[in-house]
Design a protein around this ligand. Structure first.
Ligand code: BES
Ligand code: ZN
Length: 590
């Protein structure tokens, strides 16, 4: 079945890209990449072929040395420009030579000052959702997969990395040259590249860490349990097909917590906190190796298939490694975030549906916990209706049937009806997938760790602040949940009390602080302002910054400070982050 992806100009029925051989030359001075890409198609094409691009400078398109006629004949702020290859006569491969734009949306170029080491510049890509097209023309839809090779040139002494196998490396004069191979077919959004002063540390037979030398040691300790996670994930999800699982610790401006680039997860440094308390992010990105990278959403309208399944798998892995109470605690935190997202959109908004039309919508601007948590709750509901044993069998069949394929929500429903008819009958599938809000009969979350938090919240509501010994054994997630369950506004003295109770004055756990500061801002506790400023200057993760700025625009005293504070750090932030914070400021007419 052919799928028309609303976020792509490509018409895969014309034929699809099977393989690309890249030559990439990275120019830090010009902030461009020189690209020569040789495309191999799955058939010979006569007539037209459409590709997605965004602001690339195309120099030449040729096949067997003969020029191909082309034009960029459509343009749209979200989709970019359609590249139309014309007058093809039984063409099954062609080459495109181009230069990326200095403001290519997939690429972030950092100056030396913006890195941990301060000596060398850094480049990284972030292609999900619609950004691969700003590096190379492609059928930029997750429903098309291709393998690739790449020769990459970076200036000495920088290291180049890709989400692919490094198979050769050489130096020549001022150039370091690498060769990468991606033997497993990937959708374009999983193409990834980084270059900088990067060192490596082995963690185990299949796992390692790449990071700037300054952060390598701390990162290697923090994520030292990855190998065990990988083994556990295989128990639940089946064999790992990507050979290696490495992490690359990103510079602070990285806009996401993590990005599941195959073989090489890109990870925000906010999770390096010194006590391994924030490593569930790795469980999540690792689980994507199956749910997302192996079995992929057909379009971004089916995003919940990637993220809901991954959140479900993350929970299952956590349950084995850390116990059911911890798994349920994480689920409670996730649900509280989801309910917050639903309130932000409005509970009747179609953006709270798992599937709705995203025509005219930029997927980057509507990401929220909803596809993650509502999607996961739906799967838990299915699991509970047939029991875990039957559902575990279903997981294995689901993955093995769709490996290296993409599917729509509708195809998932058809598969569920065929393979697990009892679950399909017992759940209100239409309500879960196509209706707004959160179903009333959703699975209940219960955990002694959550109960403990709830007890302290109830006590607070009747006037008793928690004592030190009541919270000293709490995990970071419990503290996070507690802060989010407190009333919207509390007396400023209580803010000060909690600040010293949880030792927040010296804390660098930005995730926890991103729950504490908004509470203080809403409550009018001005003393946190320097801390808020430090966070905004240090952290690049969208989720954290959004939480801070949302609370600032809502609080009368802080409203006027939001725009100037953002402007002070705007230059360091990723364009996606800038767009999301601008959206919050614009809606508040700031
Ligand atoms: N693939 C996503 C990040 C993403 C989504 C990037 C959509 C671009 C568009 C990644 O797996 C993810 O979900 N990251 C989360 C962390 C997770 C633990 C909830 C994030 O970055 O917040
Ligand atoms: Zn994810």
């Amino acid at each position: 079945m052919q799928i028309q992806d609303p976020h792509s100009y490509a018409s895969p029925e014309q034929g699809t890209i099977n393989h690309i051989d890249f030559c990439l030359s990275v120019d830090f001075a010009a902030r461009t990449i020189q690209v020569a890409a040789h495309y191999h198609l799955d058939r010979q094409i006569t007539g037209s072929f459409f590709l997605d691009t965004r602001s690339v400078e195309i120099e030449r398109i040729h096949t067997d040395g003969i020029d191909v006629a082309w034009e960029q004949d459509r343009s749209d702020p979200i989709l970019g420009e359609r590249l139309h290859l014309q007058g093809l006569d039984r063409v099954a491969d062609f080459t495109i030579e181009l230069t990326t734009a200095a403001d290519a949306t997939a690429l972030q170029w950092l100056t030396a000052e913006q890195t941990a080491g301060g000596q060398h510049p850094f480049l990284y890509s972030q292609c999900q959702a619609l950004h691969a097209r700003s590096i190379f023309p492609c059928q930029d839809t997750p429903s098309v997969r291709f393998t690739y090779t790449a020769e990459v040139e970076v200036p000495v002494p920088l290291v180049a990395l890709m989400a692919a196998a490094a198979v050769a490396r050489s130096s020549e004069g001022q150039v370091n040259r690498y060769r990468f191979e991606m033997a497993q077919p990937i959708p374009s959004y999983l193409f990834a590249l980084a270059a900088g002063d990067i060192a490596f540390r082995e963690l185990g037979p299949r796992c390692g860490i790449y990071a700037e030398p300054e952060v390598l040691e701390a990162a290697a300790w923090e994520f030292g349990e990855n190998e065990a996670k990988l083994r556990e994930a295989e128990e639940i999800l089946g064999p790992y097909v990507w050979d290696r699982y490495d992490l690359l610790i990103m510079p602070p401006s990285f806009p996401y917590g993590g990005m599941e680039n195959p073989r090489l997860t890109f990870l925000s440094p906010v999770f390096i906190v010194g006590d391994r308390s924030m490593t569930d992010i790795v469980t999540h990105e690792l689980a994507h190796a199956w749910t997302g990278n192996l079995v992929t959403n057909a379009t971004w309208e089916d995003f919940w298939l990637n993220e809901g399944w991954t959140t479900y798998a993350e929970g299952r892995i956590t349950e084995v490694l850390e116990g059911r109470a911890t798994h349920q605690l994480l689920a409670a935190v996730g649900r509280s975030r989801m309910l917050e997202a639903m309130r932000n959109f409005g509970v009747h908004s179609e953006k709270t549906c798992l599937k709705y039309s995203q025509q005219g919508i930029d997927p980057d601007l509507v990401i929220s916990s909803i596809p993650y948590q509502k999607g996961c709750s739906f799967l838990v509901q299915l699991e509970q209706s047939v029991g875990r044993e039957a559902f575990d069998d279903f997981i294995q069949v689901y993955i093995s049937t769709h490996r290296f394929q993409s599917l729509t929500t509708e195809a998932f429903v058809a598969f569920l009806e065929r393979e697990l008819p009892k679950a399909a009958e017992r759940a209100d599938i239409n309500e879960w997938l196509f209706a707004p809000g959160f179903p009333e009969d959703a699975p209940v979350i219960s955990s002694s760790l959550v109960d403990d938090v709830e007890a302290r919240v109830t006590a607070y509501e009747s006037g008793a602040l928690p004592a030190k010994d009541q919270v000293s054994s709490w995990t970071a997630d419990q503290a996070f949940l507690f802060l989010r369950r407190l009333p919207e506004r509390i007396p400023v003295e209580d803010c000060g009390y909690l600040e010293s109770l949880f030792e927040f004055t010296d804390s660098r756990n930005w995730t926890l602080l991103s729950a504490f500061y908004p509470l203080c801002i809403r409550s009018g506790y001005h003393d946190v302002l320097p801390g808020v400023e430090r966070l905004v200057g240090t952290v690049g993760r969208n989720l954290i910054l959004e939480r801070i700025f949302r609370s600032m625009v809502e609080a009368e005293w802080a409203r006027g400070l939001a725009r100037p504070m953002f402007e002070r750090y705007r230059e360091r932030r990723h364009p996606i982050t800038v767009a999301r914070i601008e959206d919050i400021l614009a809606k508040a007419r700031l």
